[in-house]
Design a protein around this ligand. Structure first.
Ligand code: MRU
Length: 325
């Protein structure tokens, strides 16, 4: 079985699976304006780099439909979250289409459809890494819920599972928003994939016991030098994997590669609210909090990139991508 669709264009509005309520409730938000889409992206009702790109593309279609200036809409959509490059990429695609006289909705629908094929290509590129009996560790949610189908980091898992390969996945809970516990564990469970939830800080212990054979994560941006920007905690995992000789793989579509930005240190890292950390543990606001949503994994800690162009140990796989539009 598959998890419910992350997002769907309904002719006049965008329906978004409200990921803040998962896994307890499966409800859809109806976005009828650019404001609705911006708010859904900011509040993590829709999240995951490719999914927020697709949502923003539909946001541009809503701007066209409601007569809002596309320049103003683009600016607000891109600013909704600063780290994932897919957001700007998708908005740029729609704007470039509009300049050629193409309706925004046509480009948005195309981006959405391409995304499905892209996930399958990533799955095929990584499928051979999932050997019978292996234990995979993943962080955050780079699954079907973060994209439109199969996901990125999870695509090799879904394809291997469909082929009947037996394997097991450790799912990091992913503090503070718990995308691993609430989303990845849920969607892998729906698919019938054997998975175990762990605290983020259990990964070192498990690697030390030899219980993890490989790590696969998604990413919000890969910079020109191959650095990987992904959910906070990814860098720590990569350092641990290096220490324990565990291969560390990054799965992503070409739209996540940012050839214009030199290195991870040049990427704006989103700071989120103190409430995200304090509220779930019942604390109030008088403790100073720092809550960066992402971190940077240096290229030298990446064993390989699993992409819609194939598998490579080098970021050179993206060489022909020359700009973000
Ligand atoms: O804050 P989120 O939930 O949007 O963060 C998501 C991630 O970090 C994912 O790993 C990344 O966007 C890749 S999703 C295919």
């Amino acid at each position: 079985m598959n998890p419910p669709a992350t997002l769907a264009w309904q002719g006049t509005h965008l329906a978004l699976l409200d990921q803040r309520r998962l896994p307890d409730e499966v409800t859809y938000l109806a976005c009828r304006s650019v404001d609705d889409v911006v708010e859904a992206i900011r509040s993590l009702a829709v999240r995951g780099a490719p999914a927020i790109g697709i949502a923003a593309a539909y946001g541009m279609a809503l701007a066209e439909q409601t007569g809002e200036s596309s320049a103003a809409a683009a600016e607000r959509l891109v600013a909704a979250r600063p780290t994932a490059v897919n957001l700007a990429w998708a908005v740029d695609q729609v704007r470039a289409g509009m300049e050629r006289g193409r309706a925004a909705i046509d480009t948005a629908l195309e981006i959405h459809a391409d995304d499905i094929a892209m996930c399958r290509a990533i799955g095929e590129a990584g499928r051979q890494l999932i050997e019978p009996g292996c234990h995979v560790l993943t962080h955050c949610n780079a699954g079907a819920l973060a994209v439109s189908a199969l996901g990125t980091a999870t695509a090799p898992l879904y394809l291997a599972h469909a082929d009947g390969v037996p394997f097991h996945v450790y799912v990091d809970e992913t503090r503070p928003v718990l995308q691993g516990a609430r989303l990845t564990a849920w969607e892998l469970g729906i698919a019938g994939i054997d998975r175990t939830l762990i605290c983020d800080n259990a990964a070192a212990h498990l690697m030390g016991q030899g219980a993890v054979d490989l790590v696969i994560v998604g990413t919000d941006r890969i910079t020109a030098n191959g650095d990987v920007v992904n959910k906070i905690g990814t860098r720590g995992l990569a350092i641990l994997a290096d220490y324990h000789n565990v291969p560390f793989y990054v799965a992503c579509p070409t739209s996540t590669f940012d050839p214009v930005t030199r290195a991870g240190s040049d990427v704006p890292i989103e700071e989120r609210s103190a409430a995200e950390i304090l509220e779930p543990i019942g604390l109030s606001g008088d403790i100073p909090v720092k809550n960066p949503a992402f971190d940077v994994t240096p290229e030298e800690l990446v064993t390989g990139y699993i992409t819609d162009r194939g598998f490579s140990t080098s970021v050179a796989i993206f060489d022909s991508v020359t700009d973000s539009s």
